[in-house]
Design a protein around this ligand. Structure first.
Ligand code: BGC
Length: 739
């Protein structure tokens, strides 16, 4: 027999030992987790025993605009929260929405979440979340009020820019690493707005009627992933009603689904003023009530924090026995868990802000998220040539896009405008600039009337366009009221502020026009034939201008893909095709009549060509996706389908492609979308290089939600796998069978 050290040289023994060691380590770390978990629960029980009824109730509501009280006597800290999804918001006053006027609260502004979704790069979402979490930690926040994962149902929703697009699988895949990244810093992410908050118009009153299938298949999956895969520590309720009940204290959504079926053990925080009733808030799962109006440090009693639904009125009902103390204890237990995970955690890192690494993450997300939509005759990339004159036209070339928009407004330490970024990159070419139109200062609540004369601005822009070889029109929407802004929806699908006319006028004097579109929403493009190139450049935060210049110049090859469909006209969108009862609602109720057919699911199934499809985005190089196969033809319920293919960069520039796997069931017992995204992978390749990809899709993810069983069911039979690089550009379809 060989001695042990000889045996160890044998790769099989080595492998077995490594596996065994791995198992021991894994079991050990699991048991450490369990001990920590048990310790936490024991500590929480001990604390609960020491708290008076009053001290417990105090934990369930705000003490200021963004904080809740601690228990001074026991050294239990306050909880501090801050918006929002793409940067830590500046400090707000104790008792009003006014900014507190601190000078040490500026931060890195990261690109808005539509841009993050457009990267189709979950690893980058992890870097994004981690960097943002570090900034929140540095600013001494315990809860970051984001990310938002409400599904993009209509391009009119003023808040779509804060969310991750129209597809539940994409949003789920991107939100999980984001949350994990934030929470590594001992800062809770607070996923919002739970649920069905898909429009801002009448947001605090609208009653949504949607089917169980739409709810479970479209509107809840990203929240479910946040809870079950990312272990999110906080969830924010929404303003709207669902089936007649306010979502912030909703029997079905919160008690049954979130805390029951999904076994969520964290806190439910109200949206600011979204609680409406003490009994419902107490019994239907709201744990912390925020924002229900105050009028000045509680000097009058009417709107004092102590009068919140979960404050004195709650205390009275507890004292009278109308609400049992166990209801309160469950809330306190969750609120204490939040503290143990954040400000009572011993291993909390210190955080950092405004550092080079965060700026790099912001720039990387921005460049990877920019989507090239049109590029006639290789209009982009534009070389920096001394004989070239580029006219930059449009208000968005210089306007701050971190200002405005509502609660996601940011105060970045710096924000590189498109004009600054282009000037910094183009050292040889002559850069001219003209506003072309003006919309007035950006404010949360309103657009102030423009102060400059619009006709002369237009005339000046046309004059400039005549002189230039190339025009880059930097326009789109902005963060003012009725644009991409919280509080209400857009009022037109087309571009506002006379931009359509201006573009047409410019194209008459200059044939080389490219449009850099800054929006968080799709827009109508009747002017598309008048421009050679279109780049969807979102709201990109601190590094906006540099990132745009990176892609315009070709330093970075675009690889972003649309996270939502651009319909040709508004009526082509599912929600809008049913008229007012579907959007925005009649008598404050709306019916989601398109049901599960949201976004590309609608366009595909009803054969309505979009202007630009979900998943679409061009590159400066070309890719071939070939040899597309599934590992088997027949699968069982517990299998994983492995889709394989070869991707080759067949062009002359290094670049990245996103291979997308959609699956549909042509014959089904229930209505189905033609196909649904079930997997994707982004791959970067040098010119002439190729790689082999395996994309795994669990058969269980093909289930539909059976409304009679109230459960997920995988139907037997034939399915079609569609593989391509956009929802409307499928290279191959493969038939498989589920037994
Ligand atoms: C928004 C939330 C935000 C909160 C606090 C509300 O109006 O809907 O998303 O987190 O305000 O600013």
């Amino acid at each position: 027999m060989k001695p042990l050290h000889e045996k160890l040289k044998n790769p099989i023994y080595l492998f077995l030992i490594t596996v065994l060691y791995g198992c021991i380590l894994n079991a050990q770390s699991k048991s450490i987790d369990n001990i920590q978990q048990n310790n936490m629960e024991t500590s929480i029980n001990n604390i609960i025993k020491q708290l008076t009824l009053e001290e417990k109730v105090v934990m369930c509501h705000a003490q200021s605009k963004f904080s809740t009280k601690g228990v001074e006597r026991l050294g239990i800290p306050e909880i501090w929260m801050a918006d929002g999804p793409h940067g830590v918001r500046a400090e707000i006053s104790w008792d009003s929405w006014a900014y507190a006027g601190w000078t040490n609260d500026s931060i890195t502004a990261f690109p808005a979440l539509t841009c993050l979704a457009a990267t189709f790069n979950p690893e980058l979402a992890g870097d994004y979340g981690f960097s943002l979490g570090e900034e929140a930690r540095y600013r001494k926040k315990d809860v970051l009020l984001g990310p938002g994962v409400n599904i993009y149902r209509t391009p009119m929703n003023g808040r779509n820019f804060e969310y991750m697009g129209e597809d539940p699988f994409l949003a789920s895949t991107m939100v999980v690493p984001y949350i994990q990244g934030v929470q590594k810093n001992g800062v809770a992410a607070c996923v919002k707005h739970f649920a069905l908050n898909n429009q801002e118009h009448w947001r605090d009153k609208i009653n949504v009627e949607a089917s169980d299938r739409a709810l479970h298949e479209i509107y809840l999956p990203a929240f479910k992933a946040a809870v079950q895969e990312a272990d999110v520590w906080a969830v924010m309720g929404a303003y709207n009603k669902f089936r007649g009940q306010y979502t912030t204290h909703h029997e079905l959504l919160i008690n049954k689904i979130l805390k029951g079926d999904w076994a969520y053990d964290g806190v439910v925080i109200s949206d600011w003023s979204s609680a409406h009733d003490t009994m419902e808030a107490a019994n239907n799962g709201l744990d912390i009530e925020m924002g229900t109006g105050t009028d000045g440090l509680g000097t009058t009693t009417l709107n004092h924090y102590a009068n919140y639904f979960l404050a004195n009125p709650f205390l009275e009902k507890l004292k009278s026995g109308a609400i049992s103390e166990s209801v309160l204890d469950d809330k306190v237990r969750r609120v204490l868990r939040l503290r143990f995970r954040t400000n009572l955690s011993k291993n909390r890192p210190l955080g950092r802000a405004n550092n080079v690494e965060h700026h790099e993450v912001a720039r990387k997300v921005a460049t990877e998220g920019i989507v090239l939509l049109k590029n006639d005759n290789n209009f982009f990339p534009i070389k920096d040539d001394k004989d070239l004159t580029i006219a930059i036209i449009g208000e968005n070339a210089t306007r701050s896009m971190t200002a405005g928009g509502g609660s996601s407004e940011l105060k970045p330490k710096f924000e590189i405008s498109p004009l600054e970024g282009i000037k910094a990159r183009y050292k040889n070419a002559r850069i001219l600039h003209s506003m072309g139109y003006e919309t007035g200062p950006s404010e949360y609540a309103k657009v102030n009337p423009p102060s400059l004369d619009q006709d002369s601005l237009k005339a000046e822009a046309i004059k400039l366009a005549k002189k230039a070889d190339i025009v880059l029109f930097v326009g789109g929407l902005n963060k003012s009221h009725l644009q991409d802004c919280e509080g209400d929806d857009r009022q037109q699908y087309g571009l506002p502020f006379g931009q359509e006319d201006l573009i047409r006028a410019i194209s008459k004097v200059n044939q080389n026009v490219g449009f850099i579109l800054l929006t968080g929403n799709a827009v109508e493009m009747p002017w598309l034939d008048h421009v050679k190139g279109v780049m969807q450049a979102w709201y990109l935060g601190s590094m906006a201008g540099h990132a745009m210049a990176d892609v315009i110049s070709g330093d970075v090859n675009p690889s972003g893909k649309l996270p939502f469909t651009f319909p040709k006209k508004l009526e082509d969108n599912g929600a809008h095709s049913f008229g007012e009862t579907s959007y925005p609602g009649v008598n404050l109720t709306q019916h989601y009549k398109e049901d599960i057919l949201v976004g590309y699911r609608w366009h595909d199934t009803k054969h309505i060509d979009p202007l630009y499809a979900f998943g679409y985005g061009m590159s400066y190089t070309s890719f071939e996706i070939e040899n597309i196969k599934s590992d088997k033809e027949n699968y069982h319920q517990n299998d994983n389908i492995i889709v394989t293919c070869n991707v080759t960069n067949t062009g002359a520039k290094s670049g990245a492609e996103v291979v997308q796997v959609y699956i549909g069931k042509p014959k089904s017992k229930v209505d189905r979308a033609l196909k649904e995204l079930k997997g994707f992978q982004k791959v970067t390749l040098e010119p002439g290089h190729g790689t082999h990809l395996n994309i795994e899709v669990p058969v269980s993810s093909l289930a539909y939600y059976d409304e009679t069983l109230s459960d997920w069911v995988v139907e037997k039979g034939n399915y079609l796998i569609h593989v391509g690089n956009a929802s409307n550009n499928i290279s191959k379809k493969i038939k498989i069978n589920i037994k």
